[in-house]
Ligand binder design. Structure first.
Ligand code: NAG
Ligand code: NAG
Length: 398
């Protein structure tokens, strides 16, 4: 008898979930996490013990990360209702191919968005996403493989990243703070109460946890309880439980970021205007700096030997029309691609470059590569051959 009844329920559940394999289980009348009135044993429709889902955001100014007028995504954390948390809950699901998983799942739009808004301070986006998934994502009870009908490995991963991004899109911290009169400044300071007032007066409607580094605001953590699963449940804003701000109560700095602002059209890549800007002379040559961009924000520029540097003086490059593109010259000499490396010097034979959407292109490709984002006094060689860091170059507009 019992088996007949449960078979009937299983059929009904399948029918409700569209009868397709691999869907999250359907939840009916779920309780709100952390605010449940009875013990809930099915943690596929109820997030436990991590019932306080926290959407965390960064404001990194050194180096500047992401667009100059947008916070970036840190993660989505399943904190316990008291602010403590579990981490790294399933080493078997510590995937090292997040980008491939998202692409294979048809989520290239999500991946594009993450490449602009979920960016790592050192340009190591994929590793950052792997860390966030394995440390926090694997602890979300409703994303457990057992919570999917006909689970196929990695299918919970797009659900995690999609939800984190969807929540982030509802929490435009730059705008929320700006509405409260809190704007980036090298000189102004703000009080913790002013910042919290901006959150409570926003559509989020509750305080959030703020974090500071050297007295400057650099993180915001927004807490939610969830009615149902992370995949399909309702996220209800709440005041944070347990986690406390480490910012001073007064004198909080909110430093400006360098780099380009986010595009105004939602969801698309930055649109660039002129093919080349900079000062154009009567002979058709253009003279300007070539600024480097990683993850949507400016990180240094090219110096005269053609290497990439973040802490020195940018070199002036002169572009002279040639064929369908232009040649480039710095004070060191002509620039070309030699042994895959971008080099400028007296013995270098000039290469014809082009521009695409305002970005420097070689062989029609605007992506250049380096083994790392330069820091301190290190100069990085810019290569046309794939390496761990992708970088693009744009003429500085005057
Ligand atoms: C809420 O659910 C959790 C997980 O089942 C349980 O530990 C806790 O006791 C429940 N709270 C109440 C008030 O029943
Ligand atoms: C990602 O890695 C997992 C675990 O190694 C593997 O099962 C899966 O097929 C990979 N997915 C893609 C799209 O490469």
């Amino acid at each position: 008898m019992a088996s007949l009844a449960s078979a009937a329920i299983a059929v009904a559940l399948l029918a409700m979930s569209g009868a397709r394999a691999g869907l999250p289980v359907t939840c009916s009348n779920p309780q709100l996490s952390c605010q449940n009135t009875t013990v809930v044993s099915n943690t596929c429709c109820f997030n436990a013990p991590g019932g306080q889902l926290v959407q965390t955001q960064f404001w990194d100014t050194s180096p500047s990360t992401g667009y100059s007028n947008s916070w970036t995504i840190h993660g989505l954390w399943p904190d316990h209702c008291d602010g403590t948390y579990d981490s790294s809950c399933d080493s078997k699901r510590a995937y090292t191919n997040i980008s491939s998983i998202l692409t294979a799942a048809g989520k290239s739009d999500l991946l594009d968005y993450m490449n602009s808004y979920w960016v790592d301070i050192n340009g190591q986006d994929e590793s950052f996403w792997e860390h966030e998934w394995s440390k926090h994502g694997t602890c979300i009870s409703t994303l457990d493989p057992s919570c999917y009908t006909s689970y196929t490995p990695t299918q919970e991963v797009p659900d995690f990243f999609q939800k984190a991004v969807d929540l982030f899109k509802t929490l435009d911290s730059y705008q929320i703070l700006s509405n409260g009169g809190i704007v980036p400044s090298t000189t102004k300071t703000y009080t913790s109460a002013q910042i919290q007032a901006a959150f409570t007066q926003s559509s989020f409607g509750f305080p959030a946890t703020i974090q500071c580094s050297s007295g400057a605001l650099d993180e915001i953590w927004y807490s939610f309880n969830v009615r149902g699963s992370v995949q399909s449940g309702t996220f209800v804003p709440v005041a944070p439980s347990g986690s406390t701000s480490n910012c001073p109560s007064t004198g909080i700095k909110y430093l400006p970021k360098s780099g380009s602002p986010a595009p105004t059209t939602t969801g698309s890549q930055p649109t660039t205007t002129a093919t080349k800007t900079g000062s154009t002379s009567s002979t058709g040559t253009t003279t300007s700096y070539l600024n480097a961009y990683t993850g949507g924000s400016q990180t240094g520029c090219l110096i005269s030997a053609g290497t990439w540097y973040t802490s020195g003086t940018c070199a002036t490059y002169t572009a002279t029309p040639s064929g369908s593109g232009f040649t480039l010259k710095s004070s060191k000499g002509s620039c070309g691609i030699s042994n895959f490396a971008f080099t400028c010097g007296s013995g270098v034979s000039g290469t014809v470059f082009s521009a695409s959407n305002g970005e420097l292109a070689y062989d029609g490709n605007t992506n250049f590569y380096a083994s790392a984002v330069p820091s301190g006094q290190t100069q990085e060689t810019v290569s046309t051959q794939a390496e761990s860091v992708t970088v693009t170059f744009q003429w500085q507009s005057n």
